[in-house]
Design a protein around this ligand. Structure first.
Ligand code: FES
Length: 64
């Protein structure tokens, strides 16, 4: 699913950035990819995906 249409960024790409680079917010995400600086419509969904991925990761760590 595309989150950012302006830069063609998918939810998977955001999840991978969180997992690979430990990205925790939009500012950190922008250090690894272009997102959110054109129209800005994707910003709140991007932050939601970052938050959800961090929660998933922490659940996974507790289990393993
Ligand atoms: S959809 Fe992300 S900047 Fe426009």
């Amino acid at each position: 699913m595309y989150v950012c249409m302006c830069y063609g960024v998918t939810d998977k790409a955001i999840q991978q950035a969180v997992e690979a680079h430990g990205v925790g917010n939009l500012r950190e995400l922008r250090e690894v990819m272009e997102i959110g600086s054109q129209c800005g419509r994707c910003i709140s969904m991007t932050q939601d995906i970052i938050d959800a991925t961090i929660i998933d990761e922490s659940l996974f760590k507790e289990v393993s």
